[in-house]
Design a protein around this ligand. Structure first.
Ligand code: EPZ
Length: 440
């Protein structure tokens, strides 16, 4: 199958392009079969941003076909690059020629749709000394500040001002600096890493985030000629270089998507093989799921899952990598809602990432929120009901809940789901789920 992934035209009104679209799930079907993981959204976004650092052409492979990616491609167009996307035999490739960048502004209507637009900050300031990005503002899960990004760039010699909702940042030339991050922020680490690769001298980023997506970004930058060490640890050391060449780079598998399908088997029961994964990226989640009673074996790039009967309650605290990922918290909560006993899930990363709790209670969940913790008393079953998605991972959680529920569950506002999951209903239907997307 050949085609091109044309970026949306104007962005306004793009999000939720079919607000009436919803998913209808008839629960109670076990999942059986094999599902392939797509490329990681949270690696593809910084890696696409990093192509702005090179005056040569970059070809990025295994890019997931997601709304967030489509919007990011639009942003690269806005900045004057020659960017094209195509897919053939299920492999999607995005080619970026950033030899001439004619713009430096990430407009509000785009940043509003995808806060990861903030990832152009580092590359633009490093490449052309200027960037003007609409402040991303908050979202459903928290107020999502960028103070650490700006403080790090300031230490490297950038000056910025915030006015009319934009951050306007410029520099006569970035210099190496020693930067300690108050919090191991993922996109902040990525922005500073991308800024440092073209800065004069040495930059050390301490208390850096250690996520696999950052390791993938660092490896790609090194393939382009950057001089980086310490990726995957909490200290990154970067020796600035003058230029970066092009690259042909394939995105790592999406560990959050893989974890979501493992938990789908936990919710609905079933036997799955999840292929094209890096099992070690899910060590913390897999150990919790095994403790809850799921049978999980890993071999090569496959994860084999078997789950039947009622799981046991297990407590979880979300942490920066390699701790339990916040992006799997909502999905894990579904399993604990139906488990035997009492469990406590503590969300340490975002201040408002329990939006899915109210919706789960509509299905019959017994959850009490106390500060950053959700106290969950397992119930025997969910009963299907209409529910509303509020953010990306909450929408995935509601899909898993619908698979487990008796009767029909309808999920509205599923544009949230399309931001981070490629063809989720098709992948689940192929595994035996009764799930349909309807537009009416
Ligand atoms: C990245 O977001 C991911 N997004 C998120 O995935 C993920 O949940 C998050 O990391 C944590 O793993 C992408 O990679 C595109 P943070 P990011 O900066 O970088 C505070 C998904 O579902 N903070 O690590 O925005 C912030 O308030 C998405 O795929 C500051 O205080 O997350 C939050 O409490 C959701 N100041 C905490 O750090 C800053 O300058 C974690 O945020 C930056 C962050």
């Amino acid at each position: 199958m050949k085609g091109t992934l044309s970026p949306p035209g104007n962005f306004a009104g793009q999000a939720g392009k079919c607000p009436k679209e919803r998913l209808v799930i008839k629960g109670g079907h076990r999942l059986e079969g094999t599902v392939r993981t797509s490329g990681a959204k949270n690696a593809a976004l910084p890696i696409l941003a990093a192509t702005l650092l090179s005056e040569s052409t970059c070809e990025i492979l295994n890019v997931p076909l997601l709304e967030d990616i489509r919007f990011f491609i639009s942003l690269l167009h806005e900045l004057g690059t020659d960017t094209s996307a195509s897919f053939e035999n299920r492999v999607s490739a995005v080619t970026v020629d950033a030899s001439s960048i004619s713009g430096y502004e990430a407009p509000h209507e785009l940043v509003r749709l995808i806060r990861a637009s903030i990832l152009v900050l580092g590359p633009l300031i490093a490449r052309i000394g200027r960037a003007r990005v609409s402040m991303p503002g908050g979202c459903a899960i928290g107020n999502r500040p960028i103070n650490l990004h700006l403080k790090g760039l300031e230490l490297m010699g950038a000056e910025y001002e915030v006015s009319n909702g934009f951050v306007d940042i410029r520099t006569k030339g970035l210099g190496g600096a020693r930067i300690y991050l108050d919090f191991p922020s993922v996109t902040c680490t990525e922005n500073l890493l991308m800024a440092a690769v073209l800065a004069r001298g040495t930059t050390v980023i301490e208390n850096a985030a250690r996520e696999p997506e950052i390791v993938d970004l660092a490896k790609m930058l090194k393939n382009m000629g950057a001089r980086i060490s310490g990726e995957g640890s909490d200290t990154l050391k970067i020796e600035g270089v003058r230029y970066l060449g092009g690259t042909r780079w394939s995105i790592i598998p999406d560990r959050i998507e893989a974890g979501t399908y493992i938990m789908a088997a936990g919710a609905a029961g079933g036997t799955l093989e999840i292929t094209d994964t890096v099992p070690s990226h899910l060590d913390s989640a897999i150990s919790k799921l095994r403790a809850a009673g799921m049978k999980i074996d890993c071999s090569g790039d496959s994860i084999f899952v078997e789950s039947s009967g009622r799981l046991k309650s297990v407590d979880v605290i979300t942490q920066p990598y390699p701790g339990f990922p916040t992006d799997l918290q909502a999905q894990f909560m579904v399993l604990m809602c139906l488990a035997q006993g009492l469990s406590v899930i503590t969300e340490n990363i975002f201040e408002n990432r329990f939006m899915h709790v109210a919706e789960l209670k509509r299905l019959g969940a017994d959850i009490k929120i106390e500060g950053r913790s959700a106290i969950i008393r397992g119930v025997k079953k969910f009963t299907g009901a209409p529910v509303q998605a509020t953010d990306l991972r909450a929408s995935a959680c509601l899909v898993l809940a619908g698979l487990a529920a008796r009767g029909v569950t309808e999920i509205t506002d599923i544009h949230h789901l399309d931001r981070g999951y490629e063809n989720m209903e098709a992948k689940l239907a192929a595994l035996g789920a009764d799930i349909k997307r309807i537009n009416a």
